[in-house]
Ligand binder design. Structure first.
Ligand code: UDP
Ligand code: MG
Length: 144
């Protein structure tokens, strides 16, 4: 088993799709290890997406990610990073495969319902951005 980070984005929380997306991921074999609701500040969104700082869509992306609450979650699965990227589909929902989260629930390339880490290293960094060690279920369970 390995671990990745997903974020249900503000377009999806704002249109009442968060529960459907979570159900879709659970049905797809992902196990929730940690989950919270957060409303990012501008500087938090800028830091999270710092890798895209020079891209033309960066300002719009930060504005969108701070427009409402997000639901970051840690998901476990076999080969979790790759499996979640497959489950969410292409960045642009018009190019995403049938049955993927973005094909089903995203509005547009920018407002695309969900984030997923793109490598094990980024998954570790992104999980650490949102969750402390004590908030991760397997660690907490080990302490009981
Ligand atoms: N994005 C955008 N326009 C683009 C490319 C990306 O608005 O042309 C946004 C979109 O919300 C995307 C995020 O920036 O999910 C991060 O881009 P990335 O290329 O990392 O796509 P992802 O890994 O989310 O599929
Ligand atoms: Mg990405």
């Amino acid at each position: 088993m390995s671990r990745t980070l997903a974020i249900i984005k503000p377009d999806a929380t704002g249109s009442g799709k968060a529960g459907k997306i979570l159900a879709h991921l659970e049905a797809g074999g992902f196990t929730v290890q940690a989950l919270k609701l957060v409303w990012l500040t501008g500087s938090q969104a800028e830091e999270f997406y710092a890798v895209h700082r020079e891209r033309p869509f960066y300002g719009e992306l930060v504005e969108f990610m701070t427009s409402g609450p997000c639901i970051p979650m840690v998901l476990d699965a076999e080969d979790a990073v790759v499996a979640l990227r497959v489950a969410i589909g292409a960045t642009d929902p018009a190019e995403a495969d049938e049955g993927t989260v973005r094909r089903l629930y995203a509005e547009s390339k920018g407002r695309n319902a969900i984030h997923a880490s793109d490598s094990d290293d980024n998954a570790r960094r992104e999980i650490g951005f949102f969750f402390s060690e004590s908030e991760l279920l397997s660690v907490g369970a080990g302490l009981r």
